[in-house]
Design a protein around this ligand. Structure first.
Ligand SMILES: [Zn+2]
Length: 392
């Protein structure tokens, strides 16, 4: 298959070609030596980045499709489940378990981890931003900072983590939602007239799209906002994307714009902000704005460093130094959200409420057995969980 960009095709990933060479060599050795070992391998992570207390697991659908057709059985937490790196006894949380002949799946360790490390990292950062933003709108603007081939993955992670909208067109189609966005500075520059550009947007763009004017291209935010308010009759909002060199105090600029709008009767005009926002700035600006466009902070969310380790082999406990042996199940108390990790098939631990086993079958002997939910349902599941979690 010919390619024009530096990306791996679905077929190459599915055929294990993105693996590290040592796994190919391992497979070759095991096959030539006729060694067929049934193993249990678990995926865990030693810690969540930035000392955050929890992460959101994402990427299990891709993992299911990666292992589909292979002679393996896979268990995982449900897509979008929050997890801590370890339980109270220091046992690492198994987020995925793979069982089968090691030679049959060893080359898939690399893509398996790649699928979940990055998506989970983005989802975790995004879930935190949305929690901080609360009821305020948060839009994903980060596609441009990452490789375009993973745009859908980034948007999906942000949306499932609770973001209210995403700007990338391809992702909107995939998620069955409308893409959200205003206009770039370039439109105003190319038209060389603020009011003409805002009016042209109002004339041309579908009426169902909110009229939000970008108001900081050449002039002061306050002045451009008032110009837009009088230029566009149904203006629903303004977006301020003030460059860092001009910000001084972004919060005070926003407060001033709000005051001037209200004073003239434009209380219905919303203020959206974008440009280099993170958890901290979202927290600071939240009381004064209606929504945020968050980009690099989430699309560049630090990957969660998951690793895969063999923990059991032909009913023997075999984990390497630093890892806990044996196949494990994680139970979560429905009342207090405490996690207890125990050897597989051991007695259900006790707590305040019902203890639910969280590792569920994903693939059974090569057949995908999980029915995946639409992204909107997984999003509700994430929001419901995160509501009860602390950020620190
Ligand atoms: Zn409990």
């Amino acid at each position: 298959m010919s390619k024009i960009f530096f990306v791996a095709s679905d077929e190459e990933i599915k055929n294990g070609k993105t693996t590290d060479i040592y796994f190919e060599r391992t497979e070759e050795i095991l096959r030539k030596k006729n060694i067929s070992q049934s193993v249990v391998a678990e995926v865990t992570c030693g810690g969540i980045p930035n000392s955050w207390p929890w992460g959101i697991l994402l990427g299990t659908e891709d993992v299911a499709h990666l292992f589909e057709g292979l002679p393996v059985t896979v268990y995982s937490l449900r897509e979008g489940t929050f997890f801590r790196a370890k339980d109270e006894k220091g046992v690492r949380t198994p987020v995925i378990i793979v069982e089968g002949d090691y030679a049959a799946f060893c080359v898939y360790e690399t893509p398996l981890l790649g699928f979940i490390c990055q998506a989970s990292g983005i989802a975790t950062a995004a879930a935190r931003v949305k929690k901080v933003a609360g009821e305020k709108t948060v839009l994903s603007f980060g596609a441009r900072r990452m490789h375009p081939s993973i745009t859908p993955m980034i948007s999906r992670a942000c949306y499932i983590a609770g973001f209210d909208g995403i700007s990338a067109v391809v992702s909107a189609d995939m998620l069955h939602i409308s893409a959200t966005g205003t206009m770039p500075h370039a439109l105003i520059i190319v038209m060389q007239d603020h009011s003409k550009a805002w009016k042209a947007f109002d004339e041309v763009v579908d009426k169902n799209v909110n009229r939000v004017a970008l108001c900081d291209t050449y002039l002061d935010e306050k002045l451009e906002t008032l110009m837009a308010a009088s230029a566009v009759r149904d203006l629903s909002g303004v977006r301020l994307d003030t460059p860092g060199s001009r910000r001084g105090n972004f919060k005070e600029i926003i407060q001033e714009v709000r005051w001037e709008l209200d004073l003239r009767g434009y209380t219905h005009i919303k203020i959206f902000v974008s440009g280099g926002l993170d958890e901290e700035s979202v927290q600071e600006l939240k009381p004064f704005v209606d929504g945020f466009g968050v980009g690099t902070y989430v699309s560049n969310g630090r990957t969660l460093d998951f690793s895969l380790d063999i923990v059991e082999m032909d009913d023997q406990y075999v984990a390497k130094r630093g890892k806990f042996s044996g196949k494990k199940q994680m139970y979560r108390c429905t009342e207090c959200l405490r996690d207890v990790i125990v050897p597989w098939n051991s007695k259900i631990p006790e707590c305040h409420g019902k203890m639910e086993p969280l590792l569920e079958p994903l693939v059974e002997k090569g057949k995908v057995v999980r029915k995946f939910q639409p992204a909107s349902r997984t999003r509700e599941y994430v929001l419901e969980q995160v509501k009860n979690l602390d950020l620190w």
